[in-house]
Structure formats: structure tokens, C-alpha cells
Design a protein around this ligand. Structure first.
Ligand SMILES: C[S@@+](CC[C@H](N)C(=O)[O-])C[C@H]1O[C@@H](n2cnc3c(N)ncnc32)[C@H](O)[C@@H]1O
Length: 210
């Protein structure tokens, strides 16, 4: 499959998932909602959020932020639009593909933020999105990405394996993406730190455009 065909496949998947996304994700969101304020609250300036989904992060942006939030799937974007009322900052929501970002100019963002988008992207597509992050960030601009990955602990991994098929079927997400590797391959992005938010499975990757 070519990259745009894979994106089309994801788009179709989310056409079905969008209606139930918040319901299906609720057991996990109970955990995520404890993290989101800290992931978002300290960001300032002009921010691009990639794969905004149903807009779960929107309420946590500081009022002074200027946010552009992009999303591949129109139905997910509609859900984010409803959640926009809960936000305090200026938001522009765009139906846009993070691997192309044709409507987004270069060197203009202070931050790129993305939670659980790269892990739904097949590796070759993901590399394209990471290249775009490097293009749209200002030199010195920073990025923060939250991903799920397989644990090294056999007991935890077994649990993840139980959910793996469901998670891929519903969200397109996998635990074995190579997000960190793709960033390391980038010519103008540098990782400044990685942290686990829970066990060794929820990986936060932070870095800077050089
Ligand atoms: C697992 S959801 C995460 C949603 C949200 N970020 C959150 O934390 O709840 C992944 C989202 O990324 C979007 N997505 C996937 N590929 C994308 C792409 N190429 N460009 C923009 N959004 C994309 C999906 O449509 C979906 O809404």
C-alpha cells in the first residue's frame, strides 16, 4: 500500500470509530485526563496539535495560546469542534493530514504537541509526519509527543498483547511503532528527553527543532 492509501485506510477506520471513540476510550481516558493538564498547561505561543481527535486536550491550553489543531478525519474533527467550547484559547481547527500539512506554512510554530497520533501511523507514514514537524516548527521550537509502546516487563506485555488486536482494529494503534527512531533520523529535530508516564509503556518524547 502507498502512503496515501494507508492514510485513506486510517481515515475510513475513523469514520466508523468516531461515533464511539469517547465511549470506547473511556477506560483509558480516566487515566489520560489526569495527565493532560500537565502535558498541555505549560505550553505557550503558537502551537500545532496534530491528530486532535475528539479534542480531549483542548480544555487545557492556556488562554494566551494560539492553537492550530489538525485532524485527518472529518467526523473526529466535528467532535473536537463541539469540545472547542470548553477551551480558553484561540483555536483554528483544520481537516488536514499531518504527513502533508499543505495548508501550514514553514518555520512558524513554537510547539508541536501530539498525543497518541504517531502510534496509529504505519512507520513509513509516521516518518513523513515527523518531517513535517521539523518543517513547521521555528528553529528553537519544541515538540512533545505521547506514545504507547510495548513494555519490557513480561507481565505487562502479556496484558498489552491481550488488547493489541482490539487497539489496532479500533484505533489503528500499535505498541511497536518506532517514533523515537524516526525522530532520531530527522535532520532537524533533536530529542531532549524521554519520560515514562506509567510503567515503561506511556512514553513522552520531548525535543527541539535545531
Ligand atoms: C488515537 S487518536 C488520539 C486522539 C487525541 N490526540 C487524543 O489524545 O485523544 C489518533 C488521532 O490521530 C488522527 N490521525 C491519524 N493519522 C493522522 C494524520 N495523518 N493526520 C492527522 N491526524 C491523524 C486520527 O484520525 C485520530 O483522530
Amino acid at each position: 500500500m502507498k502512503p496515501h492509501e494507508k492514510n485513506l485506510f486510517l481515515q475510513k477506520k475513523y469514520n466508523l470509530t468516531a461515533a464511539f471513540y469517547d465511549f470506547l476510550d473511556y477506560p483509558w481516558e480516566r487515566q489520560y485526563r489526569k495527565w493532560r493538564p500537565a502535558l498541555i498547561g505549560d505550553l505557550r505561543g503558537k502551537i500545532l496539535e496534530a491528530g486532535v481527535g475528539t479534542g480531549r486536550n483542548l480544555p487545557f491550553y492556556h488562554q494566551d495560546v494560539e492553537l492550530v489543531a489538525i485532524e485527518l478525519n472529518r467526523k473526529m474533527l466535528e467532535r473536537a469542534r463541539k469540545r472547542q467550547a470548553q477551551a480558553r484559547c484561540k483555536i483554528t481547527l483544520i481537516n488536514e493530514d499531518a504527513t502533508i500539512m499543505s495548508s501550514i506554512g514553514s518555520n512558524q510554530f513554537d510547539w508541536v504537541l501530539s498525543t497518541f497520533m504517531c502510534c496509529v501511523m504505519p512507520d513509513d507514514i509516521q516518518a513523513l509526519a515527523i518531517e513535517q514537524f521539523g518543517r513547521i516548527l521555528k528553529p528553537g521550537g519544541r515538540f512533545r509527543l505521547l506514545e504507547i509502546i510495548y513494555s519490557q516487563d513480561r507481565r505487562i506485555r502479556k496484558k498489552q498483547e491481550l488488547f493489541a488486536r482490539f487497539v489496532e482494529k479500533i484505533y489503528g494503534a500499535r505498541f511497536d511503532r518506532h517514533t523515537r527512531h524516526h525522530i532520531e533520523q530527522s535532520s532537524n529535530l533533536r530529542i531532549t528527553g524521554t519520560t515514562f508516564l506509567k510503567e515503561d509503556t506511556y512514553l513522552l518524547i520531548e525535543g527541539v527543532r535545531i
